[in-house]
Write a protein that binds this ligand. Structure first.
Ligand code: ADP
Length: 467
């Protein structure tokens, strides 16, 4: 059992009136107790962030950058320790967890550099004696709400751009993975970040946290990553105070493998993105449309990769139940499990890497986000209508295309209604690229200069030069 985890509010590591227990998905055993902060402590965290804001905002950009770089170094130096905590409380394999911490540090570094490029604009004046400028200003205190599937990188992807922009942050991690978040906060404290710039509120009562930050006029922006359902609720709440929001919500990513693609390369890449984090990613492929001429070669390789994949347990029993429901529905409606297809049983919450063939668009698995290691393969013959099938979802986060035809690449990429399209592989979330969705997958971007702009207001300054 870890020591009791505390919340970071201003300069203090605070206990709360109660605690909640964090469990290891691999064993079901308790890992530690964490401060269960109520509305009162959330309000104190907003106080701390509001007090720290003027000085953080006024600090010269290169000094802010130095502190953020120091935090990135601290995080990277602790990658293995934090990785082990993440593996214990979230379940992903250690190499994935350590890699996530290093990638989180990289996001911070990139954002740190960006502080020195927060340029404004000079705009032509309306007449000879008029000058117009756009001044970038931090939006103010930001509340961040993060999910459990990437317990560190989801935090750094909000903190990096927010701190770079000059905002201060109150962050609430997912109640299933607060220990990783506490370890991130410790790295920031060790780096010498001024008190109150980053506050961490742990709680088992997320709705209470949401209600406090939404009702507090000092919080000028809320950045949320999580389910579409909770996202909708936050959008409704934000109307009251006309608060700025970024919401990164669910996805239902299609993969399109066209007849001119390399089926083996495509299957390898699909297996990587499908089985990463046991499929618990909003970018995970959910519907894999493969041209029938390639289906045999593609599926054979996908099954090989599935059988070799290293998978951790799913996050909890509810996750296993959802995956089971989707697979059973598909099997009952005529799909075939080429590998996997049934919960492993025993201790923990494991589900094996599964490949389903003979899947059709009407199955549950093609309509709801599975969030598990199941790869549903749908064959197609008509290259002209498959894009419409890919677009037939309320979600619009990621789409994957495999083709070597240049005309098709451009045409399809333009037709796909998704915030991110990758053709023939490639990373989705490098720090320099704007990650985010359209439609019910949300709005706002994380990464790149667009990501930093999400934490800025551009003030329009008009000056008359009357004598
Ligand atoms: P998931 O289904 O993946 O757990 P959620 O949307 O429930 O996704 O959780 C994502 C984050 O949102 C977590 O930090 C969770 O605590 C938080 N959350 C859940 N419900 C609310 C709410 N009503 N208000 C604010 N945050 C919430």
């Amino acid at each position: 059992m870890a020591d009791t985890g505390r919340a970071l509010i201003g300069a203090e590591w605070r206990e709360a009136d109660g605690t909640f227990t964090v469990y290891a998905p691999a064993t079901g055993q308790p890992l530690g107790e964490v401060a269960d902060c109520g509305p009162e402590l959330t309000a104190r965290a907003v106080d701390a962030a509001a007090e720290a804001f003027p000085a953080w905002r006024a600090m010269p950009a290169h000094e802010r950058a130095d502190l953020m770089r120091a935090a990135a170094r601290e995080l990277a130096a602790r990658a293995e320790t934090i990785g082990a905590i993440m593996t214990a409380e979230q379940g992903k394999p250690l190499a994935e967890a350590t890699g996530e911490v290093l990638s989180g540090a990289d996001h911070l570094l990139w954002a740190a550099e960006e502080t020195r490029r927060l340029y404004g604009e000079t705009v032509p004046g309306a007449h000879a004696d008029n000058r117009i400028w756009l001044l970038p200003e931090p939006v103010g205190v930001v509340a961040g709400i993060t999910p459990w599937n990437f317990p560190v990188s989801m935090i750094t992807r909000k903190l990096g751009p927010a701190l770079a922009a000059g905002c201060t942050v109150v962050l609430k991690p997912a109640e299933l993975t607060p220990l990783s978040a506490i370890a991130v906060a410790e790295a920031f404290v060790a780096a010498g970040l001024p008190a109150g710039v980053f506050n961490l509120v742990t709680t088992s009562r997320p709705a209470e946290f949401g209600a406090v930050v939404m009702a507090d006029p000092r919080v000028r922006k809320v950045s949320f990553t999580g389910s579409t359902e909770v996202g909708r609720e936050l959008i409704r709440q934000s109307a009251q105070d006309v608060k700025r929001l970024s919401v990164e919500l669910g996805g239902h990513a299609p993969v399109l493998v066209f007849p001119d693609a390399d089926p083996v390369a495509a299957a390898r890449a699909v297996a990587r993105s499908k089985f990463l984090n046991a499929g618990q990613a909003c970018t995970a492929p959910n519907r894999i449309y493969v041209h029938s001429s390639l289906a045999a070669a593609f599926t054979a390789e996908l099954v090989r990769r599935a059988e070799a994949a290293e998978l951790g347990p799913l996050i909890d029993e509810r996750a296993v139940a959802k995956v089971t429901r989707h697979v059973e529905d598909a099997l009952a409606r005529g799909a075939t499990a080429l590998t996997g297809g049934r919960a492993s049983g025993g201790r923990g919450t494991s589900y094996p890497a599964t490949v389903l063939s003979g899947v059709t668009d009407d199955m549950l698995i093609c309509r709801e986000e599975t969030f598990g290691p199941v790869a549903p393969v749908l064959e197609f013959d008509d290259c002209d209508t498959v894009v419409a099938r890919a677009n037939a979802t309320p979600y619009g986060l990621t789409a994957y295309v495999w083709t070597n035809d240049l005309n098709r690449t451009i045409r399809i990429a333009e037709e796909l209604q998704f915030g991110m399209v990758t053709v023939n592989g490639g990373p989705l979330a490098p720090p320099q690229a704007p990650f985010g969705g359209v439609k019910s997958s949300g709005y706002g971007r994380e990464g790149g200069h667009h990501g930093v702009a999400d934490y800025l207001e551009y003030k329009y300054l008009s000056v008359g030069l009357g004598r």
